[in-house]
Design a binder for this molecule. Structure first.
Ligand code: CTP
Length: 413
C-alpha cells in the first residue's frame, strides 16, 4: 500500500444469493477511500450484474481470464493488490482455492498473489457444516487465509441457521484493518477476551554481580508476538529478559514483567499459568547456569575462576505438567539441521500443542534479525512453513495457528 492512495482491494464475488450484499461491501470500501477492483465469477453474474459493480467500484468489474485487451489479468491483479477479499465465498470457491485450481479469473488471481486473502463464506447450514467444507476451511486457515465466519440467521428459502454472510459493515472494517496493516488476514480483534502470556529474550545467568552467561536471542520475535496478540485484542503479559521497548500504543494492553535468569522467568511464568489461556514460550532459556554465583565481583587477583555449571529448570516442562484444560501451549526451538525431524521429535517430547522451529542457519532468519522463517508443527500432525518474512508477520501466523487449534479443539468436543 502506498501513501498517496488507499489500499488496493480486489473484491472477488462468487455465485451465491449473498452476492447482492457484496455490492454494499464494495460501496463501504470505496467510501472509506479504498481502490476497489471487482472480480466476478461467471456464476456471480447470474445474481448481480457486472454493471452494478462497475458503477460503484474504482475500476470496471472483470470476469474473464481471456480479455484480449489485458493479457494475463490475474497476475496484474494479484501482484498489485493489498488485499483480496471474497464476498461471498461459496463452498465451490473454497474447494477450488484449497485444491489450487485456477480455472477462472478469481481463482487464478488468488494463486497469483502474495497479498493477504480474506474469505467471507455464505452458504446453507448443511453445506457449511459438511466435512469437506470444514476440511477446506482448516486447510486454508493453516495456509494463513483469513476467514470471516458466517453468522447465524435467516438463509435463502426461509431456513434459519449458520451460514448467513457476516454483516457487510463488519466485513468492510475487517478488510480495511487487514489491508492497512499489510499483515496477516486473520488480524482483526480475534483474540479479544483471551489471556496471553509470552516469554521473550535470552535469560542471563549470573557469574558474579557484573558478569553473566547468555545467548544470542534478541527478544524481537517474542516482543512481536506480544504486540501482535495485543493488537488482536488479547490481554497480554510479557515476561521478558530483553531490554527492547514495546510500541507506545500497545503498552496499555501489555503488562511487562522484566526478568533476568531462568529461575526468575520460571517463578513469573508459573504465577501466570493459571490465568493464561495461551502461553507462548519464545524465550531462549539458558540450559545451564553457574552452580554458584559469586556475591562479589570476581577479580583477576582471585586467579582463574572455576566454572561449574548446573542445568536450569525446564520451564516449559513445568507448564505442560500444570496446564489446565483448554490452555494452549506453544514452544519455540532453534535448530540448525534436520528441522522437520528434530521439530517433530521435540514437539512430542515437550508435550506442547504447537512448536515453532527457527532454522537459525538460514540467511536472514533467527537471532537479532528483523525477519524470520519458521516451520510450525502441530500436535495434530499439521506442518506449516512460513517463508522469510517480518517477525511481525511470523507472529501473526503463529497466532492464526493458535486460534485454528482452539477452533479444532472446540469442534472436536
Ligand atoms: N525451554 C524452557 N526451559 C528451559 C529450556 C527451554 O522452557 N530450561 C523452552 C524454550 O523456551 C522453548 C522450548 O523449551 O520454547 C524448546 O527449547 P530448546 O532449547 O530448543 O529445548 P531443549 O529441550 O533445551 O532442547 P535442546 O537440547 O535441543 O536445546
Amino acid at each position: 500500500m502506498t501513501e498517496e492512495r488507499g489500499p488496493r482491494i480486489v473484491l472477488g464475488v462468487c455465485g451465491g444469493i449473498a452476492a447482492y450484499k457484496a455490492v454494499e461491501v464494495c460501496r463501504l470500501l470505496v467510501d472509506a477511500g479504498a481502490h476497489v477492483v471487482p472480480v466476478l465469477t461467471k456464476e456471480a453474474t447470474r445474481f448481480v450484474g457486472a454493471l452494478t459493480f462497475s458503477a460503484l467500484a474504482s475500476e470496471p468489474a472483470q470476469a474473464s481470464l481471456w480479455d484480449e485487451d489485458t493479457p494475463i489479468p490475474h497476475t496484474r491483479l494479484g501482484q498489485s493488490a493489498d488485499l483480496i477479499l471474497v464476498v461471498p465465498a461459496t463452498a465451490h470457491l473454497m474447494a477450488r482455492y484449497a485444491a489450487g485450481l485456477a480455472d477462472d479469473l478469481l481463482t487464478a488471481t488468488l494463486l497469483a498473489t502474495r497479498a493477504p486473502v480474506l474469505l467471507c463464506p455464505a452458504m446453507h447450514t448443511e453445506m457449511w457444516e459438511h466435512a469437506s467444507v470444514r476440511e477446506n476451511q482448516a486447510t486454508l486457515e493453516r495456509r494463513g487465509v483469513g476467514i470471516v465466519p458466517p453468522a447465524v440467521g435467516h438463509l435463502a428459502g426461509g431456513d434459519t441457521g449458520a451460514g448467513r454472510l457476516a454483516d457487510p459493515q463488519e466485513i468492510a472494517s475487517r478488510a480495511l484493518a487487514v489491508a492497512a496493516r499489510g499483515g496477516s488476514p486473520a488480524a482483526a480483534r480475534d483474540l479479544a477476551g483471551q489471556h496471553v502470556v509470552v516469554s521473550a529474550g535470552g535469560t542471563r545467568e549470573a557469574l558474579d554481580p557484573v558478569r553473566y552467561l547468555t545467548n544470542r536471542s534478541s527478544g524481537k520475535q517474542g516482543h512481536a508476538l506480544a504486540e501482535a496478540a495485543a493488537r488482536r485484542g488479547a490481554e497480554v503479559k510479557l515476561v521478558t529478559a530483553s531490554g527492547l521497548a514495546l510500541p507506545a500504543d500497545v503498552q496499555p494492553a501489555v503488562t511487562r514483567i522484566d526478568v533476568e535468569s531462568a529461575a526468575d522467568m520460571e517463578t513469573a511464568l508459573h504465577a501466570l499459568s493459571e490465568w493464561a489461556d495461551i502461553v507462548i514460550m519464545a524465550a531462549a532459556v539458558a540450559d545451564f547456569r553457574p552452580k554458584v554465583a559469586a556475591t562479589r565481583k570476581l577479580s583477576k587477583e582471585d586467579g582463574l575462576p572455576e566454572l561449574v555449571l548446573e542445568p536450569t529448570p525446564d520451564i516449559l516442562q513445568g507448564l505442560v505438567a500444570g496446564r489446565h484444560p483448554g490452555q494452549v501451549l506453544v514452544g519455540f526451538a532453534a535448530e540448525t539441521n534436520d528441522v522437520a525431524e528434530r521439530g517433530r521429535a521435540k514437539l512430542r517430547r515437550k508435550g506442547v500443542d504447537l512448536l515453532v522451529v527457527n532454522d537459525v542457519s538460514a540467511p536472514g532468519a533467527g537471532f537479532d534479525h528483523d525477519t524470520n522463517a519458521v516451520t510450525i508443527f502441530g500436535a495434530d500432525g499439521s506442518t506449516g512453513e512460513i517463508a522469510l518474512t517480518s517477525k511481525d508477520a511470523v507472529a501473526h501466523a503463529v497466532l492464526d495457528r493458535v486460534i485454528a487449534h482452539q477452533r479444532q479443539n472446540r469442534s472436536s468436543k
